[in-house]
Design a protein around this ligand. Structure first.
Ligand code: PSU
Ligand code: MN
Length: 304
């Protein structure tokens, strides 16, 4: 282990970074809050394996025993997945959780922070957070957006979660100077669906072209970039299932008065039960696809 302050970088990750080899950061909120147990732990292990098979070193990130760990060991990952009451961490509750020595899983925002501090440039997740529906009244905008503006890391995702207001999310990313680069797509993907009707500025069809654009942005702008990779076709939720379950889940959240950090996990769990686990199948498939692309991107960035 190495690192300053609370940051603890696993030896394999630190060594790969020193040698300029490809490293991919992975988050853990999807393990503890995004997928039902035991799917979360299984997904985390699978993603690490995919990253390795594509020639990169995985660095799964989480908080345990007062440390922000970059590269959880298999035993630490298992502990985090099993621990009751794991906190969902973003930059606003990270330090307090570390100071109290409590366990925490990192959202995209907290993972970006840790990846940046450790010197990792590529990160794979499912979907980023963004502007929630009804944000005009609730002010609920994910900390992921501000973190994307601040940390020069490329986040490979299947767009923003469909439970969000996607058009406002895209507007906010533009305001923050965060590019959204489509990989094999012209529109912002909608997580469970390949398209949203919202056009992107740029499309790339090869990893080497994508890597060139990512490198230019990271070097020039000092902030992050979103790489939008649509869910594989075979794992897309059918349009009717998607629309019916999404509106029912949103109505339930409204009726039950769910607020703040609980909104995303609540909606994901509702979608799971409403779609009879098909949303979880889509989620697992898009995560795997994102991990593969992120590893290829990291390899391309390391090679030049
Ligand atoms: N996408 C998923 N499952 C998740 C998340 C995203 O399919 O659990 C998590 C990510 O960690 C993301 C977080 O950063 O939800 C956003 O939460 P909030 O909207 O409260 O910022
Ligand atoms: Mn929120």
């Amino acid at each position: 282990m190495s690192g300053a302050g609370a940051l603890r970088v696993a030896d394999a990750v630190a060594q790969a970074l020193r040698e300029g080899r490809a490293v991919v950061a992975l988050e853990t909120t999807l393990v503890t809050h995004g997928l039902p147990a035991p799917e979360g732990l299984a997904a985390a292990r699978e993603l690490e394996q995919i990253v390795r098979s594509a020639g990169a070193v995985p660095a799964t990130i989480g908080a345990l025993d007062g440390g922000l760990i970059v590269g959880l060991s298999p035993a630490e990952l298992e502990r985090l997945a099993a621990e009751p009451g794991v906190r969902k961490l973003n930059p606003s509750n990270l330090a307090a959780t570390l100071a109290l020595g409590r366990a925490g899983s990192t959202t995209v925002a907290a993972t970006l922070l840790a990846a940046h501090r450790a010197g990792i440039r590529v990160f794979a997740t499912g979907g980023i957070g963004g502007v929630h529906r009804g944000a005009a009244l609730s002010f609920d905008v994910s900390a992921d957006l501000a973190a994307l503006a601040r940390h020069p890391v490329a986040v490979v995702c299947a767009g923003a979660k469909a439970v969000l207001d996607l058009s406002k999310t895209l507007e906010a990313l533009e305001t923050l100077g965060v590019p959204v680069l489509g990989f094999g797509c012209d529109e912002l993907p909608a997580f469970y669906r390949r398209a949203s009707g919202l056009r992107l500025d740029a499309r790339f069809d090869s990893v080497s072209d994508l890597a060139r654009a990512v490198r230019l942005h990271l070097d020039l702008a000092g902030g992050g970039v979103v790489v939008a990779n649509p869910v594989p076709q075979a794992a897309e939720l059918p349009q009717d299932v998607y629309e019916a379950s999404l509106s029912a889940a949103l109505r339930a959240a409204e009726a039950e008065g769910v607020r703040g950090r609980d909104v995303t996990p609540f909606l994901l769990e509702r979608l799971r039960s409403l779609t009879e686990d098909r949303s979880v199948f889509s989620n697992r498939a898009l995560l795997a696809s994102n991990a593969r692309l992120a590893a290829e991107l990291a390899v391309a960035l390391a090679a030049t």
